[in-house]
Ligand binder design. Structure first.
Ligand code: ASP
Length: 319
């Protein structure tokens, strides 16, 4: 399957750079109602502004992607933090990861319920523990110890996601407006360092304890200053089996492919496993790629003139 180009361009030597995504899925023009389009656009816009404010102040790519993702976690339009999808039993299980291209360090949490911004817990794993991935109660305990903001289950569960779960349990197809929603950001800072962050509630109606690609470093999230930063979204199992984000990195770093070609090639591996989805990626020179094989992917970027731009469907290009 050929991927939609989404966006692939080299910005004319403008650093910093920060594309974000709000998930891939059956996001089809004409099926999404105007209110949903407007709400998702507002969220992506706010995320871009938050991340770019960090970068324009000379902050690190790592701080910027965490700031951008935290905004989307708080926005119930997206499948992360508040408003994330529910497990088959109606439970809340959040996954998140951060990766720092400068140090090639990373941190992640999985199956966590109770941390308002799981991406901040992932950052705490990286910064404050010798570990890379913490799950469930251990991740919650770390967040509490580090003074991160906690929230009760009811704060995360929205009527929209309860309706989605009920629809799935009746064996019906969920509407376009309920698909997509995992969030992510990648960035290049003024020093040319890269970072990536991804956060999700997983896939709607998943078994309790299921872990997708998002918190698995090298699958859904990766950053290495020698090549690229990548945040993925889509059918997590196919992305895990493709070791997707590291595949993109290896194709750039070892095989010498340009970023767009590397993402396309890695998405072919996902397609070969009957998965669809997409990713956002950046290189230290400001190259950006946002391809996807799903019908659409919520995505936002700052264009060469410094203006925030948002795309959802296959035809929405940046140039
Ligand atoms: N990749 C995520 C997961 O499998 C879901 C998504 O991106 O929509 O958990």
């Amino acid at each position: 399957m050929r991927s939609n180009p989404g966006t692939c361009a080299v910005w004319p030597a403008v650093a910093p750079v920060l594309p974000v995504h709000g998930g891939a899925g059956r996001i089809v023009a004409g099926e999404l109602d105007a209110a949903r389009v407007a709400a998702a656009s507002r969220g992506l816009h706010a995320s871009l502004m938050a991340g770019m404010a960090v970068l324009r102040d000379g902050g690190s790519a790592l701080d910027a992607v965490v700031a951008a993702v935290a905004i989307l976690e708080d926005d119930e339009q997206f499948n992360a933090g508040r408003g994330a999808v529910l497990t088959v039993g109606g439970g809340v299980e959040h996954d998140a990861a951060v990766a720092d291209g400068a140090t090639r360090r990373a941190g992640a949490v999985t199956c966590v319920n109770g941390v308002r911004n799981p991406v901040r817990a992932a950052r705490a794993v990286m910064d404050r523990t010798p570990h890379v991935l913490l799950s469930g109660d251990g991740a919650l305990e770390l967040a509490r110890r580090e003074g991160l903001e906690l929230a009760p289950t009811g704060w995360f569960v929205t009527a929209r996601r309860q309706k989605q779960l009920a629809t799935l349990q009746r064996g019906c197809r969920v509407e376009s407006e309920m698909t997509g929603g995992t969030v992510g950001a990648v960035a290049v800072d003024v020093e040319g360092h890269l970072a990536a962050a991804t956060s999700t509630g997983g896939s709607a109606g998943q078994l309790a304890g299921r872990i997708g690609d998002t918190p698995l470093l090298g699958a859904g999230t990766w950053a290495d200053d020698r090549s690229c930063a990548v945040s993925a979204t889509g059918d997590g199992e196919a992305f895990i089996l493709s070791v997707f984000a590291h595949e993109v990195d290896a194709l750039v770093r070892l095989a010498g492919l340009d970023l767009g070609a590397a993402c396309d090639r890695a998405l072919q591996e996902v397609s070969a496993r009957r998965g669809t989805g997409g990713c956002i990626g950046v290189r230290p020179d400001g190259t950006v790629a946002m391809p996807f094989t799903s019908p659409g992917m919520f995505r936002g970027w700052i264009d060469a003139a410094g203006n925030p731009r948002v795309g959802m469907f296959a035809g929405d290009l940046c140039q």
